[in-house]
Ligand binder design. Structure first.
Ligand SMILES: [Zn+2]
Length: 143
């Protein structure tokens, strides 16, 4: 027998802790209790913290992918740019094809925002799934 409060061990014939007055429990039950508490703690705090760390770690690859995506847009989208010049006192104009920098920048930015939102939703989903598993295992434990 063991006291659940101070963990003092007693022989079988004792029922109450002489120091705290707590009802003594079986040693095995105490061990199992500790294990369940550890599991609960893991489910509530560690999992949530791990997922928020996962979320922030995921931001780096998303950021670099967005830069690559923006760069790709910039390099593959050309637009005609007017060039005015003066020749022999006359205003002349020609055009040249230039890479679309604003489109690349905006595209990369939009890509980043959308993927971060999707990643956030996915992480929230992970937490919900983890909670569901937690509740499920708790129910099974009671039975
Ligand atoms: Zn005690």
């Amino acid at each position: 027998m063991i006291c659940p409060k101070c963990k003092t061990e007693y022989r079988e014939r004792y029922t109450k802790c002489s120091q705290c007055g707590e009802d003594l429990i079986e040693n095995d039950a105490a061990k199992q209790n500790g294990r369940e508490n550890w599991l609960l703690k893991f489910g509530e705090t560690t999992a949530k913290r791990a997922i928020s760390v996962l979320f922030f770690l995921g931001l780096f690859p998303l950021f670099f992918t967005s830069i690559l995506f923006g760069k790709y847009l910039y390099l593959t989208n050309l637009y005609e740019k007017d060039i005015w010049f003066t020749q022999n006192g006359q205003r002349m104009y020609t055009s040249t094809m230039v890479n679309n920098k604003p489109l690349g920048f905006l595209g990369g930015l939009v890509f980043f925002v959308v993927t971060v939102l999707a990643w956030k939703v996915l992480c929230e989903l992970f937490i919900i799934i983890f909670r569901a598993i937690e509740i499920y295992t708790q129910k099974n434990r009671i039975r």
